[in-house]
Design a protein around this ligand. Structure first.
Ligand SMILES: Nc1nc2c(ncn2[C@@H]2O[C@H](COP(=O)(O)OP(=O)(O)OP(=O)(O)O)[C@@H](O)[C@H]2O)c(=O)[nH]1
Ligand SMILES: [Mg+2]
Length: 460
């Protein structure tokens, strides 16, 4: 790794802003214990620098002797801490005024405010975790469904990196003897040995394929998707939104043009975090507020992963088809055609054009709940495919997929080598190892690390 580990002492408030029972400040670095010992007075008179780890009750005291708060201080000395450095946590009352004042005292003693993700970056640079595990920390914080949480746990426990290390070990073994052949040029690559390696490389390739096949699902489970509800006014979009949410969140009324600004809520569908958005009814208007709402509706359609195009079973017509086509022109995403208010018209006259060409076509009554479970099932199958999720290890980050694709390409180049040129084979194997190292972090560039850790929140 070519990056520099900064050895100054950093601090940040780890708990969210606002009022809470407890607020936590973390300090990490060589001076952390010393600095905190100057602003903390233990009730029992204990010196916090004595033991490797400890928990102390006492006060944070300002220079003039003024008591700022009563706190619990946790000391975790290197290497047995989150970052691998000396870490002190100050558990104070969750008042931002108190927490900021404690931070001020720390800054006065030369401590620096941590950058986003800097604690976890230090944990990575100190070898406490590899890159997949460091990234899993962020995934764990942002996970919105139990399934995305389980996915982040798998990463956190190092299951993905274990697999990547397995690939690397096999490749290193093959590379070792290819390099031996290069060192003794009079020797040719022994056919039997090459056949064995070929078999191994093909197995790795098949395994990589399987792992790559999980990347779309992994990404969806980690990041979630936007599902936008669109359609003409009064067709029942807000009613459908409420039915999927199982809550009367959006205003429903018999007057067209009820929803102006879009409304959104998170739901879990098959474990996928879905940002469900109810939008303004799409029609030609001149009234400025509704017009703005309609423009916003088109924007959410553009950003959506799936669009639920809602129509009214009692008056479905070619305007709905025109809308369908207009949406299709705007996006390549899946459009689910919903025929709503089916309780009012069990056999709606659907233009043949719809029934033949438009899939999936789903019948619902947002009012009675009819067909809502079918809609949910269809949505889950659009998001995750029809097969059960059996994989316990998934690729969930785009850069992991890119690196694995590059590694796979190199192995393919080796396998397809007709002339068995040892130099070329060694080159490809080294490149594959380099690409795999980007996933675990061994060969990740400073630039990639900056991108990854800057997406963290401050204090983590
Ligand atoms: N019978 C019946 N009525 C429904 C159904 N869905 C919605 N409605 C009624 O249709 C009217 C319009 O419903 P909304 O959910 O407000 O429709 P919308 O598409 O959000 O309308 P805008 O926000 O104005 O674009 C209301 O009176 C609802 O009670 C349904 O499935 N069956
Ligand atoms: Mg509405």
């Amino acid at each position: 790794m070519g990056y520099v580990l900064r050895d100054d002492t950093i601090t940040a408030i780890c708990t969210p802003p606002g009022v809470s029972a407890v607020g936590v400040i973390r300090v990490s670095g060589p001076d952390s214990v010393d600095v905190v010992s100057h602003i903390f007075r233990s009730h029992s008179g204990q010196d916090i620098s004595k033991k490797k780890r400890g928990m102390y009750y006492g006060n944070i005291v300002e220079k003039d002797g003024n008591i700022l708060d009563d706190v619990i201080v946790l000391v975790m000395k290197s290497p047995h801490s989150y970052t691998g450095e000396d870490v002190v946590e100050i558990h104070a009352h969750g008042n931002m005024l108190i927490l900021r004042s404690i931070i001020e005292l720390l800054l006065e003693r030369g401590v620096r405010i941590a950058e986003p993700g800097e604690f976890t970056k230090r944990a990575f640079l100190n070898g406490k975790v590899d890159l997949t595990q460091a990234e899993a920390v962020l995934d764990q914080i942002i996970a919105k469904t139990k399934k995305s949480l389980a996915l982040s746990r798998e990463l956190r426990e190092g299951h993905l990196s274990k697999k990547i290390y397995e690939y690397s070990e096999h490749i290193k073994t093959i590379l070792a003897w290819v390099e031996a052949v290069i060192d003794f040029p009079e020797e040719e690559i022994p056919d039997k040995l090459w056949q064995q390696s070929l078999t191994q490389l093909c197995e790795i390739l098949a395994n990589m394929e399987q792992l790559l096949a999980t990347s779309e699902r992994g990404k969806i489970l980690r990041e979630g998707v936007i599902v936008s509800i669109a359609g003409k006014p009064n067709v029942g979009k807000s009613s459908l939104f409420n039915a999927l949410l199982q809550e009367n969140r959006a205003i429903v009324s018999p007057y067209p043009g009820t929803t102006r600004d879009h409304i959104e809520e998170y739901i879990s569908l098959g474990g996928v975090p879905v940002r469900l958005i109810d939008t303004a009814g799409l029609r030609e208007v001149s009234e400025p507020v509704e017009k703005e709402g309609i423009e916003r509706a088109w924007k959410t359609i553009e950003n959506a992963y799936v669009i639920l195009l809602v129509t009214d079973a009692t008056c479905i017509n070619h305007d709905d088809i025109r809308l369908y086509k207009a949406i299709k022109e705007n996006t390549s995403k899946t459009i689910m055609f919903i025929v709503n208010k089916i309780d009012l018209n069990e056999n709606p006259k659907i233009p043949t054009l719809i029934s033949e060409n438009i899939k999936p076509l789903i019948f619902t009554s947002a009012k009675t709940g009819l067909g809502i479970d079918k809609l949910e099932k269809e949505l889950i199958s659009v998001l995750l495919g029809d097969s059960e999720i059996s994989e316990d290890i998934m690729l969930s980050h785009e850069h992991q997929k890119e690196s694995l694709l590059r590694a796979k390409k190199c192995i393919e180049n080796c396998v397809q080598q007709k002339n068995l040129l040892p130099d070329l084979i060694a080159f490809e194997l080294r490149e594959a190892l380099h690409a795999l190292g980007e996933i675990t972090g061994e060969t990740a560039t400073e630039e990639l690390l900056d991108i990854i850790f800057s997406s963290f929140c401050i204090g983590k």
